[in-house]
Design a protein around this ligand. Structure first.
Ligand code: HEM
Length: 483
């Protein structure tokens, strides 16, 4: 999922535990880990000189430097950048007792990500596993992962996406209209976070009622927070609040399922329904109830903040590159003009958005919503450094220039991996792309905008790079005179 061990490390360390008891517990655990680690003698496994880098003093290694970068407005990737300047593109470091190797190459991505689970696995902390649930595809063993993933992939098919597009488009048009009427500056990030959340809930479970959505969102936020907290069920802690919120979410989802099964609620044309239609199938061809519940939550968590951040960066990059914005607007207006007045987008319309698709690709290359992809092998953490791969000047000419036309040409294998690759690649690729394309269509064919805060500082302690300002903009209606 979109939460790696490194986030957990710094979150656990930097948690503002107001509660002294928890400081005590944290210290006790750190000591326990230290003892265990010394016992294992991990140090002996690290043969000096194989990969450049500094492991630092025992256990702590470069933990403090990592935390300092993560707590700054430069973002945690600054830690990686600094080490690359010192040691070169490949380097090793140690954070909280674990050796991490940063792998910046396409060959590395191929070997590590495309290999089967047994070779390089994912590891999840207890708090993360508890938050998303034991049957979430994020934490289940390999054999179960394959089955759950196969059954979850089906509802992300083209067919489901074509039902999703007009529904999402309608909702988006109405919301943009409201913002236009208000005429005020608003934070794109807040807007896209809500839009992405509501879009995913619509697609998964046809939830549309505004107050239900906000209740669900506040509980999902609490679960998200718990994923990176210290896993002790003590009132007042983030873990406790998250687990309570998880219970409420499970109850809500369970009620939805039983209403549909009993016929109290008419069957909807959505993701949940497609899973329930398998009720009479043999066990290997369906998800059991707990699998359905845990994975509904997983998909919401995995899809919301990634998509929201990606759209925010897209708005920012387009503001900085007016010629790209102009070309994109021309394409989108020509699509709009071919449709009857007020008609909603259809999935087929997206096929004519060839420039917009390249804008989406270039946004994801430059924004690196997920900075690196962690895997583990024999106690070593291998991080495929997607950010460095996407900024490699031997693959991408002028890598710091926002240039969607670079995607006129084919990329070399494994050099473009914003959704990962292999058995753990993103399950929501189609949905993410569709959401971004619909958003770009409505924004550029309906509006121009001004960014009201140019500050490039990043949010502190965020595992997904996002502007601290949230990218505030003011919309101006695009009328026929300025098209
Ligand atoms: C722009 C938006 C998105 C980006 C950049 C993105 C990126 C990624 C990446 C890089 C991975 C693999 C991480 C790794 O290999 O360690 C991943 C996994 C995943 N993503 Fe996304 N994602 C996005 C949107 C979504 C959406 C909309 C959904 C679903 C609604 C989703 C669901 C998932 C799931 C379930 C996994 C785990 C797959 C598994 O472990 O088998 N993602 N995503």
């Amino acid at each position: 999922m979109h939460i790696s061990l490194k986030e957990a490390y710094y979150k656990i360390l930097t948690n503002n535990y107001s509660d002294v008891i928890f400081r005590g517990v944290v210290v006790a655990v750190v000591v326990a880990i230290l003892v265990g680690w010394f016992r294992k003698g991990c140090e002996r496994r690290i043969k000096k000189g194989e990969i450049p880098g500094k492991l630092g003093v025992s256990f702590l290694g470069e933990t403090f430097s990592f935390l300092a970068a993560a707590n700054s407005t430069r973002g945690c990737y600054d830690f990686v950048k600094q080490r690359r300047i010192r040691h070169g593109n490949w380097f090793k470091t140690r954070i909280l007792g674990h050796v991490h190797v940063f792998v910046p190459s396409t060959e590395g991505a191929k070997r590590v990500l495309a290999s089967d689970h047994a070779a390089f696995n994912k590891r999840f902390l207890k708090s993360m596993a508890d938050a998303v649930g034991k049957k979430s595809l994020l934490g289940v063993p390999q054999e179960i992962h394959q089955r759950i993933r196969r059954l979850l992939s089906d509802p992300f098919s083209m067919n489901s996406m074509s039902k999703f597009v007009p529904k999402f488009d309608l909702e988006l048009c109405e919301r943009l209209k409201r913002l236009e009427n208000e005429g005020k500056s608003f934070r794109v990030l807040d807007f896209t976070t809500k839009v992405a959340f509501d879009g995913i809930c619509e697609m998964l479970m046809s939830v549309r009622d505004y107050s239900t959505l906000r209740k669900l969102e506040s509980d999902v936020d609490a679960v998200n927070e718990a994923m990176l907290s210290f896993p002790v069920m003590f009132p007042g802690t983030r873990y406790y609040r998250g687990m309570k919120a998880r219970r409420r979410l499970m109850e809500t989802f369970t009620k939805m399922i039983s209403k549909r099964r009993s016929g109290e609620e008419a069957p909807a044309d959505d993701f949940l329904q497609s899973l329930l239609e398998r009720d009479s199938y043999p066990p290997e061809e369906k998800l059991d109830d707990q699998e359905i519940l845990d994975n509904l939550l997983t998909l919401i968590i995995a899809g919301q903040s990634t998509t929201a951040a990606a759209i925010m960066w897209c708005v920012k990059f387009l503001d900085e590159n007016k010629h790209v914005q102009h070309t994109l607007r021309e394409e989108q207006l020509s699509i709009l003009r071919k449709k009857p007045d007020g008609a909603l987008l259809k999935y087929e319309d997206l096929a004519s958005m060839s420039y917009a698709s390249k804008v989406v690709k270039e946004t994801l290359r430059m924004a690196n919503v997920l900075l690196w992809y962690p895997r583990i092998k024999k106690g070593w953490n291998v991080n495929i450094d997607a950010t460095q791969i996407h900024y490699d000047s031997t693959t991408y000419e002028e890598p710091y220039r926002f240039n969607p036309s670079r995607f006129d040409e084919m990329q070399k294998p494994y050099s473009y991996i914003p959704f990962g690759t292999g058995p753990r690649a993103c399950l929501g690729i189609n949905m993410a792309k569709v959401t971004m394309l619909v958003f770009l269509h409505r924004l550029t064919s309906g509006y121009t905008w001004t960014v009201d805060d140019e500050d490039l500082s990043l949010e502190r302690k965020a595992h997904i790079p996002r502007l601290q300002s949230g990218c505030p903009i003011t919309l101006n209606r695009l009328d026929d005179t300025n098209t």
